[in-house]
Ligand binder design. Structure first.
Ligand SMILES: Nc1ncnc2c1ncn2[C@@H]1O[C@H](COP(=O)(O)OP(=O)(O)OP(=O)(O)O)[C@@H](O)[C@H]1O
Length: 252
């Protein structure tokens, strides 16, 4: 059974079909990258899956159970994890406190900073472990607003790891990063996939990143799924060659 599946997923904005009848299955242990030109519908597809946006028609299923009508937080409880730039972070708490809250939430120990913290050494250890994994231990007492852009992105990944979702969704995880910060985040994403047989879905523009990470690539074009398969094969396809390299004509 696929970890995540969309069936005929569609959303219209007035007369414009931003996501057009997308049927796709994502299996665990696989990293799939969604590519396509600007405006192709990649982020909108993510929004439909994570629940930020309601579909006009079609279905979203996690491990075979339909979640199409659930709120984003109810979908998160079913195992859908999406990294959001900064919006999930509490800017005035420290990095460790942010991760600890995510760990507490996962353990269903509630959101109180004060009540649970002192009595639950296991939760503290888990939070420390996650920070270590993203290599932010030395910045545990720094609030997110004082971290570099690259470290903020690492902290977002830490929050996602702490929530232990079945499906990890990253929308351009290296966007706005300096060249030297990119490899760390790519390494973290690889690590996520390898450790727990997780299902990872990325939206990414940079073709070198796509090449180095993907087990599978799907291509959206005008909201529709136009190619799906092995990275080398998809990258060589006319639709990708035209969209990214501006060569040839994508006939059909
Ligand atoms: N809330 C909305 N209302 C109206 N149109 C929208 C809305 N959200 C997205 N669109 C339109 O849907 C289309 C797909 O946009 P989307 O942002 O999903 O593309 P994308 O593939 O993620 O592009 P990019 O690579 O530039 O991020 C665009 O034409 C966009 O203008």
């Amino acid at each position: 059974m696929p970890a995540l599946e969309t069936r005929g997923l569609t959303v219209r904005f007035g007369g414009h079909v931003a996501v057009d009848n997308v049927s796709c299955r994502f299996t665990s242990g696989t990293l799939t990258t969604i590519v396509g030109p600007n405006g192709a519908g990649k982020t909108t597809y993510f929004n439909l899956v994570s629940g930020q946006l309601r579909a006009t028609s079609g279905q979203v299923l996690v491990e075979g159970e339909e979640i199409t009508l659930l709120s984003p937080s109810a979908r998160a409880k079913r195992g859908l994890g999406r990294a959001f730039q900064m919006t999930n972070l509490f800017p005035d708490l420290t990095a460790l406190e942010n991760v600890r809250l995510a760990v507490q939430c996962r353990a269903e120990a509630g959101w109180s900073l004060f009540r649970v913290w002192s009595g639950r050494r296991d939760l503290i250890e888990k939070a420390e472990e996650v920070l270590e994994r993203v290599r932010l231990s030395d910045k545990r007492h720094v609030p997110p607003k004082a971290l570099s852009h690259g470290d903020q992105r690492k902290l977002e990944v830490a929050l996602l790891i702490a929530m232990e979702p079945k499906v990890f969704m990253f929308d351009e995880p290296t966007a706005g990063m300096s060249v030297d910060e990119v490899p760390t985040v790519l390494e973290l994403i690889r690590d996520i996939k390898q450790r727990k047989d997780a299902t990872v879905i990325l939206v990414e523009h940079k073709m070198d990143v796509v090449r180095s990470l993907s087990d599978r690539i799907i291509v959206l074009h005008n909201g529709a799924l136009v190619a799906d398969g092995d990275p080398a094969q998809v990258i060589a396809s006319p639709v990708v060659q035209e969209a990214y390299l501006g060569v040839g004509a994508a006939n059909g």
